[in-house]
Design a protein around this ligand. Structure first.
Ligand code: ADP
Ligand code: ZN
Length: 214
């Protein structure tokens, strides 16, 4: 049983690594961005409220996101462990998470930071294409699908996320520096943080993360 947090800027590869780690440890991925996008697609009240923030590259208000995560953590499949991908994204969320886990006698085992320089991130994000079917990520130059626009894994249609455009990317990177970077200090103080170099092959990065988890 492992309860993990992946921290890293947009485009660091949190989603890709989370999926591999979930398989390896038999735990579930809780990707707040994915859950929010599913809400937007289904036009739920949460989705309607969240969309404006997401399109501008801003954080969705804590109250909404924290309630969403608490609801998800309460589901049975999270009992075996989980990876939080994209949460907590500011210190308020980190404190809220700690409170909820304390209440049910659980704790985070490790917070892993995926470190990538910002000049590499813009490139990764503008070229990113995501599968509508299974959520797999590709990149037009660094990790192109075998057939353009088609997912290698499930033959689903690949699309570009609404927020993977240069103007929104800039504000997402700013928000990361201002709001999310302090979350790293939060977990350093608790002795839970390990940074991992996020540049290299997917397999090498996975190995480094596994080593850091211990
Ligand atoms: P990325 O890490 O590539 O920026 P995500 O899919 O994790 O992408 O998030 C996309 C958007 O969803 C964010 O820019 C933000 O608007 C919203 N979001 C996701 N997670 C959170 C969170 N924990 N708190 C607030 N907003 C969030
Ligand atoms: Zn797919």
């Amino acid at each position: 049983m492992k309860s993990l947090i992946l921290i890293g800027p947009p485009g660091a590869g949190k989603g890709t690594q989370s999926k591999v780690l979930c398989e390896k440890y038999g735990i579930v991925q809780i990707a707040t961005g994915d859950i929010l996008r599913a809400n937007v697609k289904e036009n739920t009240a949460l989705g309607i409220e969240a969309k404006g923030y997401m399109d501008k590259g801003q954080l969705v208000p804590d109250k909404l996101v924290v309630d969403m995560v608490v609801g998800r953590l309460g589901q049975d499949d999270c009992k075996q462990g989980f990876i939080l991908d994209g949460f907590p994204r500011n210190v308020g969320q980190a404190e809220a998470l700690e409170g909820v886990l304390n209440d049910c006698n659980r704790k985070i085992d490790a917070a892993i930071g995926i470190v990538v320089e910002s000049k590499d991130l813009v490139d990764r994000l503008t070229g990113r294409r995501v599968c509508r079917g299974c959520g797999a990520s590709f990149h037009v130059s660094y990790n192109p699908p075998k057939a353009e626009g088609v997912c290698d894994l499930c033959s689903g249609e690949l699309y570009q996320r609404d927020d993977d455009t240069s103007s929104t990317i800039e504000s997402r990177l700013e928000v990361y520096e201002r709001e999310t970077r302090p979350v790293i200090d939060f977990y350093i103080e608790k002795g839970l943080y390990s940074p991992v170099e996020g540049v290299g092959t997917m397999e090498t990065i996975t190995k480094e993360i596994v080593k850091a988890i211990g």
